[in-house]
Design a protein around this ligand. Structure first.
Ligand code: ADP
Length: 457
């Protein structure tokens, strides 16, 4: 559950508890009010009985009878206000007493001394019955009141305690749920970011410090990422060198082995020396070809850059592969966009070499009678030279591998596996890229170079 939800829930529970306490207190107060009302009623009844007795005695002693009228009014009201058909024996008996006392109060107002003596007698008996009836009712009410008062006091104490404790509980909760995890996060962040001494000296827990710590961590992570990238690049270069060394060893080993066999042959069969020498020469030529390509690879640094049209460059490259085109019966078409847009800047011979490498591969991959298309497209500050062929294309799994130095699928002697890696190196050293496009049919290699205008800017 989210912390904000928990806080809302906690708040709702506190509100519910407060409402519950208020309801309990209110019901207790209501009950006390009722008890007090009842005690008051009992008191009134007692007062009425005492008063009628005193008034009757006063009349009997020859005093004024005005009080009897007042008593009659009080008793009449009591009879009227009480239930006409009481639902319990106590109320029924009391109603009988009041009705009878009311009749006596009326009778006493016009009675002679003898009658007054009888009335007094009956009124005393009725008063006694009332006492018996009500005996213990007032103390019972008082006891109930005391109990309710005690209950109300407990509710009061509980409510006061709750009100005092609630903020404490809330603070404790905040400490546990927010402050502590925050402190932990800060510690971890500091550990990850190896906080600068100044930031670490802050210590303690505050949001601004946490922010400082996160910023320091971000800086440190960035620095480490940079150094890691550099290390990776270095490792990659070393890895590349290792691969090249292994491949060169392999490339040279085979012809050197043959040369060794030729020399043995010359020694053992001097008669066939001419044949052996020819083979040895061919193998030496293979070694020279490899080393020549390697030298090209190693010396890829743009020399005095010059501006040239990409279409013209492509046409020159096509001119260089004409014999290869004839041998394989493949045509090459060039579509260009002559004009300022397609101007590129760099080492012309290297850029030509890159296009030648792509053309040779395209011709090798093309079926006899096929066509290789070279398209020059310019726009958005870049010039693209695409070489498309009608061959089988490059299998998905090999799309990246083909750019590795010495990766070849050609037969020994037919490919060195350096064409694409040299072309890519040339493109990149000119601020561009060499990529393999996703063509539906055949392969589509694209050299993308910044336009000469961009380079000048
Ligand atoms: P090489 O041509 O000597 O093999 P490259 O580096 O020029 O070396 O090419 C590496 C490999 O890439 C080739 O052996 C071939 O498998 C694949 N490749 C290059 N160009 C094409 C193409 N146009 N169509 C199909 N495969 C190609």
């Amino acid at each position: 559950m989210r912390v904000s939800t928990q806080i809302v829930l906690g708040y709702a529970m506190a509100v519910a508890a407060t409402v519950a306490v208020a309801v309990i207190a209110w019901s207790q107060v209501r009950a006390i009010e009722k008890d007090i009302e009842e005690v008051g009623e009992e008191w009134q009844e007692l007062d009425a009985v005492t008063s009628i007795l005193a008034s009757i005695r006063q009349a009997r002693d020859g005093g004024p009878r005005t009080h009897l009228r007042e008593d009659e009014a009080t008793l009449a009201r009591m009879v009227e206000e009480g239930p006409a058909a009481p639902d319990n024996a106590h109320d029924t008996r009391e109603r009988e007493i009041w009705t009878r006392l009311l009749a006596l109060a009326r009778e006493a107002q016009a009675a002679d001394a003898l009658t007054l003596a009888r009335i007094e007698n009956e009124a005393e008996i009725l008063a006694l019955r009332f006492w018996q009836e009500d005996r213990g009712r007032v103390p019972r009410h008082v006891q109930k009141l005391e109990e309710r008062q005690a209950r109300l006091r407990s509710v009061n104490i509980a409510a006061a305690g709750g009100i005092l404790l609630l903020p404490l509980v809330f603070l404790l909760y905040l400490q546990l749920r927010i402050a502590r995890p925050l402190a932990r996060i800060q510690k971890r962040v500091e550990a990850i970011g190896r906080l600068t001494p100044a930031a670490a000296a802050h210590g303690g827990l505050r949001m601004d410090r946490l922010a400082d710590a996160i910023a320091a961590m971000a800086e440190s992570v960035e620095a480490r990422q940079k150094s890691l990238t550099e290390q990776l690049q270095h490792a990659d270069r070393l890895g590349g060198l290792g691969r090249i060394a292994a491949a060169v060893a392999h490339e040279l080993n085979t012809p050197l082995g043959s040369i060794g066999l030729c020399l043995e042959g010359i020694r053992d069969e001097p008669g066939n020396a001419a044949q052996y020498l020819k083979t040895a020469e061919e193998q030496i030529e293979a070694c020279t070809a490899t080393t020549r390509k390697l030298l090209t690879y190693a010396r890829l640094r743009p020399s005095a850059p010059q501006e040239m049209g990409a279409t013209a460059l492509a046409r020159e490259a096509v001119g260089l592969v004409e014999s290869h085109m004839r041998k394989n019966a493949v045509r090459v078409e060039v579509e260009g966009v002559p004009g300022e847009e397609e101007a590129v800047k760099g080492d012309a011979s290297q850029l030509r070499q890159a296009i030648v490498n792509l053309l040779l591969n395209a011709i090798d991959a093309s079926p006899r009678g096929g066509t290789v298309r070279v398209r020059v497209v310019a726009g958005k500050g870049a010039v693209e030279i695409a070489v498309d062929d009608e061959g089988p294309g490059v299998p998905e799994v090999m799309r990246e591998e083909i750019f590795n130095p010495f990766f070849t699928t050609k037969r020994p002697g037919e490919g060195t596996g350096l064409g694409l890696s040299i072309a890519r190196e040339i493109a990149e050293s000119h601020g561009g890229t060499l990529t393999l496009g996703a063509g539906a049919r055949g392969a589509s290699f694209r050299i993308r170079l910044p336009s000469a205008r961009m380079v000048q800017a």
